[in-house]
Each structure stands twice: as structure tokens, then as C-alpha cells.
Design a protein around this ligand. Structure first.
Ligand SMILES: [Zn+2]
Length: 339
């Protein structure tokens, strides 16, 4: 009996050592946050082209830009690309192939659902590298896969967008975080944001309940504003406040009429309005892209306007907007009743 126990203990220790050795070996994923690598087999060239078109859809920021940078690896060689941040494995399952085998092995408990075609998408995190997402897109036969890509384009785009954003949200602080600063924001103003290193806080307008947060080169700008009272028409109020903040606190920035998109939605569980569009500054003849969230924290009886704007001439705006959105998802409101 004792001998068994010793043997078991030895086995357990060996397993633990192996596991920790493996964890140590896992390197951080690399590449741009907005790059997607599609790994597929040569037999899926058409399907890969269709998926590329779905993911490279044009988005209007200041100019038109592609939602993602896409690379297709049609050799089926996952190994050469397995440390990338955003990977899509694309294949059909019957007859089996190298990529489809990989998809099924990563699908885990959902293997049968993929085989039956009741599931076509799944995300697997931290598979080969830290801070990575591997997205599986598959269907039972080639016809099925073609069908899925043709009819589910929007859902596939949303799935990939959400996973790319979630991956960024998770790895936002890999290069460091300003924890003391967040604690101070919470103590002084009743809300907080987690900020990666490199972001600076401008508190020169606190008497007007405006906090500006900036990171330079290229310029990333966050504004947090709050006020009490009841917002009956949240969309109208949001637009009004956005205009006021841009003009008065960002040196006469203006939103470009006709580019404003207004959406009802939620922000971190609070009902709200999302504005997005182009801003310009006629004095300096510059402009950029912004997204503004307006919401009410019922518990604290406060209305918030949280804005992210970028100014990056000649550069793609979407990667920066994604970074700012990741920062904004860390917003926390005081959860104490206000007087
Ligand atoms: Zn609150």
C-alpha cells in the first residue's frame, strides 16, 4: 500500500513538473492586434477567399478601411503560424484532412456538433501561445461550408470581431498597468478605468466633471464626463454632450454632421446610446474617428459620457479604436448611493 502511495506521489510530481514546464514554454502571441491568419488546406482555396472577403469588409472611419488585415495560409501548415494572436482554422470535415483533424481535436466536447453541422464556429483560447485566440470555422461537407460562408457572413464577421476584441481586452495589460492611478480615480471621482502604461491623465477640468486621458503617437484620447439629473431623451442628450465636450475641452473639435451613427445598446450592463463617426477641427485642419458611450448608472444616479477619439493621419484607425474600446471595457462606476 505504502509503495503504491509513493509511486502515485512520484507520478503526480512528474506530471506537475511536465505541466509547469509546458506552461513556461508557452510564449506570448505576436503580430498585430488586427491581423487574422486563416490557416486552411489547398482544397479550401475558394472558401478561404470567401472568408477573406467577409473579414476585409470596408468600414468607414475617416476614410474607408478594411476591418481586418487577413493572411491566408493555404498549405494547412498550422505550425508555422501557431504563435499568432488571431488564427482562424477553416476546413470541411468530410473527407478528413490535416486541417479538419486539427479542428476536431480543438473542438473538444463540441466535436460531434461540428460533425453534424449544428455548430460551425468556436473559439479556443491560449492554445499555442499566451494571449491568443484560435477560431474554428467548419462544416460537414464542402457544400455545407460554402453555404455557411454565403448565408452567415454577418454572423461570422460578428463572431470574429467579438473574439478579436475579447482577446485584446484580455491582453491589454500584458505590458504593464497603472494600478495606483485606477485606485486614485475611484477614490477621487467615484469611477475608474484600468490604464495600460503610457496613458496620461489630465485633471485640469475636474471642477467641470471632465477627465481627459491621453496617449500620444498616434494620439489616443479618452474623455470621461458625468452629471446628475434625469436623461429623458438619451440619444439627443448624448449628442449634445459629445458636441460640448469636443468643442470646449478639445480645443474646438466638432463632429462632422452626416457621419454620425446613433445606436441604442448597452455599455457594461447599463442601458445606453453609442455614437460613432468622424470629428474635425477647422482651426488646425485635422480630424479623426470617435466612438461615444452615454449611459446612466441607476445605482449612483449619474449619467456618464465616455468617449474615445483617435487622431492618426495616414494610419489605420480601427486598431487604435479597438485598443481604446478595450480600455473602456474596464470602466467601473462607484457602486455607492450618491447624495
Ligand atoms: Zn454606479
Amino acid at each position: 500500500m505504502k509503495r503504491h502511495l509513493i509511486a502515485l506521489t512520484v507520478i503526480l510530481l512528474v506530471v506537475l513538473l511536465l505541466v509547469s514546464a509546458c506552461q513556461r514554454r508557452m510564449i506570448a502571441a505576436f503580430g498585430s492586434n488586427s491581423e487574422i491568419v486563416i490557416v486552411t488546406s489547398p482544397r479550401c482555396a475558394d472558401e478561404a477567399a470567401a472568408l477573406r472577403t467577409i473579414l476585409e469588409r470596408e468600414m468607414l472611419t475617416v476614410q474607408c478601411e478594411k476591418a481586418f488585415t487577413v493572411r491566408v495560409i493555404a498549405s494547412g501548415d498550422v505550425k508555422a503560424e501557431q504563435n499568432r494572436k488571431n488564427i482562424v482554422l477553416l476546413d470541411f470535415l468530410d473527407p478528413p484532412g490535416r486541417v479538419s483533424d486539427k479542428i476536431l481535436s480543438l473542438a473538444g466536447a463540441d466535436k460531434d456538433a461540428f460533425r453534424q453541422g449544428s455548430l460551425n464556429r468556436k473559439a479556443v483560447r491560449e492554445r499555442w501561445a499566451r494571449g491568443q485566440v484560435v477560431m474554428l470555422i467548419a462544416a460537414p461537407t464542402e457544400d455545407d461550408l460554402g453555404q455557411v460562408l454565403a448565408t452567415d457572413a454577418d454572423r461570422i464577421f460578428s463572431f470574429v470581431s467579438a473574439e478579436v476584441q475579447a482577446r485584446l481586452n484580455r491582453s491589454l495589460f500584458d505590458a504593464g498597468e497603472q494600478q495606483a492611478l485606477s485606485e486614485r480615480l475611484a477614490a477621487d471621482y467615484g469611477w475608474s478605468l484600468r490604464l495600460p502604461t503610457g496613458y496620461e491623465v489630465d485633471e485640469s477640468h475636474t471642477s467641470e466633471r471632465v477627465i481627459k486621458i491621453l496617449k500620444k503617437r498616434p494620439a489616443r484620447m479618452i474623455t470621461v464626463y458625468w452629471e446628475g439629473g434625469v436623461w429623458n431623451d438619451r440619444a439627443a442628450r448624448c449628442l449634445e454632450r459629445k458636441k460640448m465636450l469636443a468643442w470646449e475641452f478639445w480645443d474646438q473639435d466638432e463632429i462632422v454632421e452626416g457621419t454620425v451613427e446613433v445606436q441604442e445598446g448597452t455599455f457594461l450592463g447599463h442601458e445606453g446610446v453609442v455614437l460613432s463617426g468622424t470629428w474635425e477641427n477647422k482651426k488646425y485642419t485635422i480630424g479623426g474617428f470617435y466612438v461615444t458611450y452615454c449611459f446612466t448608472c441607476e445605482k449612483c444616479r449619474r449619467n456618464y459620457v465616455v468617449d474615445a477619439s483617435v487622431f492618426a493621419p495616414g494610419l489605420e484607425k480601427l486598431p487604435l479604436v479597438r485598443e481604446l474600446k478595450a480600455v473602456l471595457t474596464t470602466f467601473e462606476c462607484c457602486e455607492q448611493e450618491q447624495d
